[in-house]
Design a protein around this ligand. Structure first.
Ligand code: XMP
Length: 320
């Protein structure tokens, strides 16, 4: 297991220098690939990889249909400004097909993992002749997977899976000793704008981690709209993370004077330092009230909005 470097111990410049050298020594004069999702970890690893390898790092954004509103274009435009070319790969159908009919959380995660690493990435890596995948796995991802809480989509070696054998390429994980607070410091030192290194965490399985029950195009649209409203409304709270979850249960509501057996959105807003433990933010009731109205007005089919008041543990930050 890798030795943890806490955010307090971390010297970002020294860390960047060491990791750059390490990446160069592994990749040599070959090619590496990385998948950018626009989250803090993958954005930081993209900048680190480009500092080490320049154009020999090919960066792709996998549009899996599970991302937030406008995300692929927004991320590609942002990195273009930083001198990094991002290729957007449309794999929406493939992910939706793989998720069809699945309701069990761990099976959902497995379907996403296999689609991502074996199928979509397998093809991209083969076509590019790269032998290495640079990935932003952090210590918290490993802790939860090894503890058997959630199989994080990007953890293999610690589960006894050799990526080279399983998928045909090696995975390099330069951020593996850090937690989120440490990654933010490194991202900042690498020149990422505050809008990126301060961005709230977003999970690898993306909105599929926020849909309880089957993930369909319609249900993704619902949770995507709610996510956008929640992110806009809670941005000024400075909380660690805030999100919307779509429940599977329906409840009776009233829409335009008629019975509507509608959907339920749960809002979560967390105070946390490193995601290992978290408590719900004590939001003002007026804020919650306004948020609920906005969700009900703007997200078709939703008749109920709840706010989570349980802590992690025993809750987790995401719902799946
Ligand atoms: P949980 O839900 O396990 O999340 O308390 C801890 C932190 O990790 C982020 N994150 C993920 N969560 N699956 C997850 O469930 C993933 O693959 C993943 N990747 C990142 C999550 O958003 C929270 O900040």
């Amino acid at each position: 297991m890798s030795q943890e470097i806490t955010a307090q111990q971390l010297n970002p410049e020294q860390f960047i220098d060491e990791k750059t050298k390490e990446i160069i020594s592994i990749v040599g004069d070959g090619i590496a690939i990385n998948a950018l999702s626009g989250g803090v970890d993958s954005s930081t690893v993209t900048m680190l990889g480009h500092r080490a390898l320049g154009k020999r790092l090919k960066t792709v954004f996998i549009e899996n249909g599970l991302m937030r509103e406008g995300e692929p274009e927004m991320v590609a435009a942002l990195f273009r400004k930083l001198g990094v070319t991002v290729e957007i790969v449309d794999a929406r159908e493939e992910f939706l097909n793989a998720l069809k009919g699945i309701t069990d959380p761990e099976e959902k995660r497995e379907a996403i993992t296999q689609t991502f690493y074996r199928h979509v990435f397998g093809r991209i890596v083969k076509a590019s002749q790269a032998k290495y995948l640079l990935q932003g796995t952090i210590l918290t991802d490993i802790d939860e997977t090894v503890a058997g809480i959630k199989r994080q989509h990007n953890v293999f070696e610690q589960l006894g899976i050799d990526p080279l054998e399983a998928f045909g390429y090696q995975i390099i994980e330069p951020l593996i000793q850090l937690r989120k607070d440490g990654v933010r410091k490194v991202g900042r030192a690498l020149g990422l704008p505050a809008g990126v290194f301060e961005r709230i965490p977003f999970p690898g399985p993306a909105l599929a981690a926020r849909v309880i029950g089957e993930v369909t195009r319609e249900r993704l649209d619902t949770v995507r709209k709610a996510t956008s409203i929640v992110e806009g409304a809670l941005k000024d709270t400075k909380a660690f993370q805030y999100l919307a979850i779509l429940h599977e249960d329906r409840v009776t509501g009233i829409t335009q004077g008629k019975r509507a057996f509608g959907q339920q959105i749960e809002v979560r807003c967390w105070d946390s330092v490193d995601a290992r433990t978290a408590t719900p933010t004590k939001l003002a009731f007026e804020k919650l009230d306004k948020l609920a109205r906005e969700i009900i007005d703007q997200v078709p089919g939703v008749v109920s909005v709840t706010y989570n008041i349980a802590s992690k543990p025993p809750s987790t930050i995401e719902s799946v």
